[in-house]
Design a protein around this ligand. Sequence first.
Ligand code: GLU
Length: 380
Amino acid sequence: MNLPLTERINRIEPSGTVQLTAILQDLRARGIDVIDMAVGEPDFPVDAAIVAATSKALDRGQTRYGPVGGLPALRDRLAEDFEGCDQRNIIVTNGAKQALYMLFQVLCEKGAEIIIPTPCWVSFSHQVKLAGGQPILVPTRDHQLDIAAVESAIGPRTVAVLINSPNNPTGAVYPPEVIAAVGRICRDKGVWLISDEAYQAFDLGGNTFFSPFSIGTLRERLIVVRSFSKTYAMTGFRIGYAVAPAAVIEALSRLQSHLSGNVCTFAQHGALAALDLPNETIETQRRAYMRRRDRAFELTRALFDCRRPEGAFYLLPSIKPYAGRFKSGIDMAGWLLEKAHVAVVPGEHFFAPGHLRMSFAVGGKLMEEGFQRMQEVLAP
Ligand code: GLU
């Protein structure tokens, strides 16, 4: 049936990561034992203090509408981490994903350009297109930002440069001087710098995560987006937030008032409790991801060409060693799912053709078995 849907929705593909999760659920429901190395979802349990605060909020009947921008107490608490900010600089959103979606709606006139270094997360370009904007893809070099290429991509229609460090899907972490240089370029050219910091807690190279927010002179042109999903393993709670000049937050709130209204009230109480967890809790997880990264990298290198990830929980190996057998990452990922019952995401979804994205958010025996299965089917 030929339904009269809009041109803009017809141009959008489903999220490669979310779609794969649905396929996996379906396979498992049919009794097929699939190992999920596809989705970027921590396997740590949600901390008991977060669960307790959420159920306490439910018991107290905190189940009604809340303020559109988020619980004032949560916004105040989040603002404490951003010098010079208060709750007018914070909006709580349904995951960082919704913050980004709304940002493009707020910043893009028709044809406005958003510069996106690639490889990049699956949803960026689609979200920009849905806002009527145009993603301008600028390849990275060895997964690091190419400052000159970013600068020369900025033109009269550019409204923002979007960076994501630690990076999904490459695991690259950008050094402070590179972030500072891109920030200065944005400031001098009068365009926004959007910093997607969903993986800020998981810099696996040491404690070197650097946000452009640390540079005071960039803040007027800076929007930071963060998430509770990865840091606190709270994926299903759907809590993210944006930090920006008050006028941007006010615009986002106006939009959110017509979109979802507030984020789930009792989930926000859980988020408040998350912020009180001792640093040690996150540090323990970070160390666990470091160990997983080391092991996953060792196993990946035995099968593929791969760069060592320095953050987040992804590897992005090239399928070059199997060039004779597979035409693309899509081809190979489909084959691995069918033959090895291992799910990985084709790099094509991330503008990384000929690559696969593998997640080590699931570790231990499952990860070992995932690699074992791949090795068995790939053996000549
Ligand atoms: N960001 C995660 C991933 O890339 C979760 C899925 C999504 O929202 O894309 O796997």
